[in-house]
Design a protein around this ligand. Structure first.
Ligand code: DAT
Ligand code: MG
Length: 153
């Protein structure tokens, strides 16, 4: 049986600027994941450097931090069976040029430095990323999604 997981997803500044917030949220809702956290926020340089800490030292790191702090983002937590992999395949390949049509990146993006959305890549990063973006009190997880029995057995 697939494990119920939580994953961290963020709509990056390019997704916000391009008016894709509703479209992107809608894809996760329609896929069947349950929303447990959401906020519209400005990412600080410190938060960006922590969030992308695994990429520190890489040639694109400074540009990545500059980009993610260049405007507000929509930070979200989504829950469901295999939510981490489900969110990643809804988002599509890191380089939008290689992302399949039907994925968010494959439908709305062209290049790696403007790839619209972030999704955690595994259970450890999901826990870490949720923890740095949200306090426990900001997560609204005590609600029943009434269609859930039509999404999961
Ligand atoms: P993902 O966002 O799919 O998890 P990642 O964790 O490897 O991809 O990289 C984080 C972000 O960094 C990615 O969304 C875009 C940027 N990035 C990754 N590789 C890059 C590269 N070679 N050149 C420019 N930006 C890159
Ligand atoms: Mg990643």
């Amino acid at each position: 049986m697939a494990e119920v997981q939580r994953t961290f997803v963020a709509i990056k500044p390019d997704g916000v600027q391009r008016g894709l917030v509703g479209e992107i949220v809608s894809r996760f809702e329609k896929r069947g994941l349950k929303l447990v956290g959401m906020k519209f926020m400005q990412v600080t340089k410190e938060l960006a450097e922590t969030h992308y800490g695994e990429h520190k030292g890489k040639p694109f790191f400074e540009g990545l931090v500059g980009f993610i702090t260049s405007g507000p983002v929509v930070a979200m937590v989504w829950e469901g069976k295999d939510a981490i992999a489900i969110a990643r395949n809804t988002i599509g390949a890191t380089n939008p040029a290689a992302a399949a049509p039907g994925t968010i990146r494959g439908d709305f993006a062209i290049e790696i430095g403007r790839n619209i959305v972030h999704g955690s890549d595994g259970p450890e990063s999901a826990t870490r990323e949720i923890g740095i973006f949200f306090s426990t009190g900001e997560l609204a997880d005590n609600w029943n999604r009434t269609v859930q029995c039509w999404v999961s057995e």
